[in-house]
Ligand binder design. Structure first.
Ligand code: PMT
Length: 420
């Protein structure tokens, strides 16, 4: 039987899932490899660890194991076709995706890895994965040559950069008789990865987070402005990840083309002064502030009332300083956790350390915005977390993955302070 969707994970504070009364749901995707038989053991293990488990299979998987096996192990119907009638109306792949607190694909073939990496959705499993907001754990299993191929490595790297957790296959004798890397990881390791993601899925429940994103625009006249290249992707990724992990999120967003992050309240602003007002309005209610926005340090002194005409010659722009919003918050932080960014093109770490101290911050995300192809308006970035204890340098990652690592770090800090 399919249960109707309960939306406990989607940023609704005080829901049953968040206070731990209802088991979290793991959707286990099984694809067509000999390791499919081990998915039976994985499903049993996850059930024993207290998860409600639902299985979705590809056609190829059903050649190795039958849906009946999983239905018997889980007590839940097994999804395999996009075209079967859902038990309670609605659209089945969407309701399964919404129910998932974690989705794991084990074993995951090279073919399904490629589909997931490229957003293809042509069966029940890949459609569910594409529709899911939940963390994704992937346990690849395949022939050693297929695993070694550059195209597979690239697909795995793309998934990892988007925040998927890869439980690497191990070396050993493979079903095809070859010996090499490609055998499904031990089911205990896969279950551990799922459990870690499930814990993460709740670790910010009850925390009130204020995030800023995008670049402010400072009007020159009614149609022109001084701006910067921030796309808002970083702040949006942080807001979405925080909401996914149970936080109550307000996002103060400068103009961007991005869709609202799922589960966050969005307050739209244009200029630095408007952003300051919106941040001040949300500050008293916040436990944590993450200032990812690129706030203009200067604005034209008096924007023209009407569009400036070129016949009048080049205007002389007099600029005045904008308030430093984050520095103002630092003066009255009163137990809140404050996270700032440092966008620099040289002396990146020194500047980040100086900002940490001067603005009374708990963490600064330092990024070298002079490096081509990353940072501003890109999907990837390379950042270093700077705290009073030291610096942690991350590799080049997708902005979703950076958001995730940042919130891992913040959750640790909150736990240390006894706020979690
Ligand atoms: O939006 P994306 O395309 O994803 O790009 C991401 C990013 C490069 C914009 C992001 O990673 C980033 O670095 N954001 C901060 C940019 C910035 O303004 O840095 P800063 O070093 O000038 O400012 C330091 C901190 O003070 C920042 O947290 C900033 O939000 C804050 N600030 C700055 C000036 C100001 N007047 N008020 C502020 O609150």
């Amino acid at each position: 039987m399919f249960f109707p969707y309960t939306s406990g994970r989607k940023g609704m504070l005080g829901s049953e899932k968040e206070v731990g009364r209802v088991a979290q749901t793991v959707v286990v995707g099984v694809t067509g490899g000999i390791g499919a038989y081990k998915a039976c053991e994985l499903v049993r293990l996850l059930s024993r660890r207290g998860f409600r488990v639902k299985v979705v299979m590809t056609d190829a998987a059903m050649r190795f194991v039958t849906p009946l096996t999983f239905r018997t192990l889980t007590g839940e119907p097994v999804a395999s076709s996009l075209w079967e009638e859902p038990a309670y109306g609605g659209v089945r792949h969407v309701s399964l995706a919404q129910e998932a607190d974690v989705m794991v694909v084990a074993p995951c073939t090279a073919n399904v890895i490629a589909k997931l990496a490229h957003g293809r959705a042509d069966d029940m499993l890949t459609t569910t994965a594409l529709a899911a907001q939940a963390p994704l754990v992937i346990a690849p299993a395949m022939n050693a040559e297929m695993w070694r191929k550059q195209v597979t490595r690239d697909n795995v790297a793309a998934l990892r950069a988007r925040g998927a957790v890869i439980v690497e296959p191990e070396a050993g004798e493979l079903a095809c008789g070859d010996v090499g890397e490609g055998r499904l990881a031990p089911v205990e390791d896969i279950a551990d990865a799922v459990e870690a993601e499930a814990c993460r899925a709740r670790d910010l429940a009850g925390v009130r987070v204020l995030v800023t994103a995008g670049g402010t625009r400072e009007a020159i006249d009614p149609v022109r402005f001084i701006g910067n290249r921030s796309s808002g992707k970083t702040g949006y990724a942080i807001a979405e990840e925080a909401a996914r992990r149970g936080a109550s999120v307000t996002l103060v967003a400068a103009p961007t083309c991005l869709a609202d992050p799922y589960g966050a309240e969005v307050v739209r602003v244009t200029s630095a002064l408007e952003m300051r007002d919106a941040v001040r309005a949300g500050f008293d209610r916040a436990d944590l502030v993450v200032m990812a926005a690129a706030v203009a340090d200067f604005r034209p002194e008096g924007p023209a009332e009407h569009k400036l005409k070129k016949d009048a010659g080049a205007p002389a722009l007099a600029l005045v300083r904008n308030p430093d919003i984050l520095a103002e918050l630092g003066e009255r932080k009163d137990g809140r956790l404050l996270v700032g960014f440092a966008a620099e093109t040289r002396d990146v770490l020194e500047s980040a350390r100086a900002k940490l101290e001067a603005k009374h911050l708990d963490l600064v995300v330092a990024n070298d915005v002079g490096a081509p192809g990353r940072g501003f308006d890109a999907d990837i970035n390379r950042v270093t977390f700077v705290t009073a204890e030291g610096a942690e340098e991350l590799p080049v990652l997708g902005k979703d993955a950076i958001a995730r690592k940042l919130l891992d770090r913040i959750a640790e800090m909150l736990a240390r302070r006894g706020q979690r």
